[in-house]
Design a binder for this molecule. Structure first.
Ligand SMILES: Nc1ncnc2c1ncn2[C@@H]1O[C@H](COP(=O)(O)OP(=O)(O)OP(=O)(O)O)[C@@H](O)[C@H]1O
Ligand SMILES: [Mg+2]
Length: 517
């Protein structure tokens, strides 16, 4: 039995990682089933599949977080018996997890060099600081080494993770959904970095639900479905439809589902926001949402979309303007107030805001609305299980059990639990910020149907998505927002996406625009 890492000599050489007849099961769940695949230096190798297909599990086996059940993991012709994240890292293999693993109270610098900052003479602060700036020069993330990680947006935390891998001299980097909370601009920069690393003979294993990204940046792709490997292919032989079909195992219906608007006659106004101004960059926003209506907020990154939602939800301070909710003036000071009134928000940064990992699916869903499952203040378990099970089926959470341990759920399924939690609250108004990020194509469609269902039942929906098509496909009406100001209103059904983009970008040329958003 060999316990040591691959010798450092091999770190700079070519990497060949082979999984051979590999199986992985977790008590009762078969996460990977007879996987045969090879990864080589110089590749950007995409890994795609629906939520729960086994992508993260595969990455974690290579990265040392999980042991395999049966089969072989062979790295540079060496069969691996014992493997841990530390041994993997010492051998030049780093994984950037879907759930970030930084120490929030420490600075960027200390997080990057954690564990390697000391030698027997003390702290190698200066050497590392030089390394930090060298890396920074190479990748241009614009990170300040001295700020606390807890103050950073998720996107920046992700950059810290990437930097951490590079600082450790990793030559194999597994990126699990690294772009799910980056802006389009940041994604573009990450892709450029990946290509740069590929040219320096790094091996990058790239897990993503953004098939356009996979198609544009990878040279190979492996498709998983239900823990099985469907195929590995050169990217030139694939397109979006072929990937989707292989992921789903059937032909895909990507179109937006139709909503039946006719059920609500004479809809009342749920919310009226006028001249909203916040400390966070909302300068003058006026919007209204009626019962059963899906209203979009169309803007580019930084236009004030998220900030508008946060202000309405009571999460950010409002300096000026007026909000009426069901014809009453309201001043919400905290999200708690908002939730009490029936306003809920699915924030962009979901993992941080909302799930309790020590609790099961059921408790996570019912936690903010126990009255709904109580009879005269006593919890009615049968009722709870019945309602939660119904919701689990509706939202399509897998595993579909009420008692599931959500810390083991795949990333996309954790998101669906959060979605279910807010629906359980029977909201009157739901604020959705990037509701389909990180979920697969099949689940996307489910979420679209869910949005429709909510609207059909009279809930007002305010929707923000950087996939502008999504807003165009789902919203009844949409406001255009730029520089913190709403300046126009459209009916998506009667408007071309190109015209919207043109307006949001003002006078840029057509083809430039498409590449930019
Ligand atoms: N530690 C664990 N314990 C039990 N089951 C697990 C564990 N980790 C993963 N699973 C299960 O293994 C299967 C594969 O999960 P995995 O996280 O690899 O999916 P994924 O392809 O990364 O999905 P997503 O796109 O949603 O992140 C799922 O059914 C999941 O619930
Ligand atoms: Mg995953």
């Amino acid at each position: 039995m060999s316990e040591e890492s691959i010798t450092t000599k091999q770190i700079d050489s070519f990497y060949k990682i082979t999984l051979s007849n590999l199986n992985k099961s977790f008590a009762g769940t078969e996460a990977l089933n007879n996987i045969n695949v090879e990864f080589n230096s110089g590749e950007i190798h995409g890994l795609v599949g629906q939520n729960g297909a086994g992508k993260s599990t595969l990455g974690k086996i290579i990265g040392g977080t999980h042991n395999l059940s049966t089969g072989e993991l062979i790295i540079n012709k060496k069969k691996i018996y014992k493997w841990t994240p530390k041994l993997a890292l010492d051998s030049g293999i780093a994984m950037i997890h879907q759930e970030l693993a930084l120490v929030p109270e420490m600075t960027v610098f200390n997080n990057i060099f954690l564990g390697i900052e000391k030698n027997k003479f003390g702290i190698l602060e200066n050497k590392n600081l030089k390394l930090f700036y060298d890396l920074e020069k190479n990748i241009g993330f614009g990170l300040d080494p001295n700020v606390k990680v807890s103050t950073l947006r998720i996107a920046d935390q992700q950059k810290v993770e990437i930097m951490r891998a590079l600082a450790r001299n990793a030559k194999v980097i597994i990126m699990d959904e690294p772009t799910s909370s980056l802006t389009n601009d940041e994604v573009k920069r990450l892709h450029l970095l990946m290509i740069k690393l590929q040219k320096q003979n790094y091996l990058i294993i790239y897990v993503s639900h953004f098939l356009e990204s996979i198609l544009s940046v990878c040279n190979k792709v492996t498709i998983l479905r239900d823990g099985k490997l469907i195929r590995t292919n050169n990217i030139i032989n694939e397109n979006k439809t072929s990937l989707v079909e292989a992921m789903l195992g059937k032909s895909a219906e990507i179109a937006y589902p139709k909503r039946n608007n006719s059920k609500i006659v004479n809809p009342t106004k749920i919310m009226d926001v006028s001249n909203l101004k916040t400390e966070t960059g909302v300068k003058n926003v006026s919007i209204n949402i009626k019962e059963g209506e899906v209203v979009g907020l169309l803007g580019l990154v930084g236009s004030g979309r998220t900030e508008t939602l946060r202000a309405i939800f009571g999460a950010d301070k409002i300096i000026d303007g007026n909000i009426t909710f069901l014809n009453q003036n309201i001043k919400l000071k905290t999200p708690k107030n908002a939730i009490k009134k029936g306003i809920v928000m699915i924030p962009e940064d979901r993992r941080k805001l909302g799930l309790v990992f020590s609790q099961n699916t059921k408790s996570n869903i019912t936690i903010t609305n126990l009255e709904k499952i109580s009879d005269v203040n006593i919890l009615n378990n049968t009722k709870e299980i019945k309602l939660v099970q119904k919701l689990i089926n509706e939202v399509d959470i897998k595993p579909d059990t009420t008692e599931g341990n959500i810390s083991y759920y795949s990333g996309g399924n954790q998101q669906k639990v959060l979605f279910a939690k807010w629906i359980f609250n029977s909201p009157k108004l739901i604020l959705l910020d990037e509701p389909t990020r990180g979920v697969d194509v099949g689940a996307k469609r489910k979420i679209y149907e869910l949005i429709n269902k909510l609207a059909e039942s009279g809930v007002g929906v305010l929707l923000v998505s950087s996939e502008l098509e999504e807003v165009m496909g789902l919203a009844d009406r949409a406001y255009l927002i730029k520089n913190g100001k709403t300046y126009d209103e459209i009916i998506p059904q009667n408007t071309l996406l190109d015209d919207v983009l043109f307006s949001l970008f003002e006078a840029k040329k057509d083809n430039e625009i498409k590449n930019e958003y």
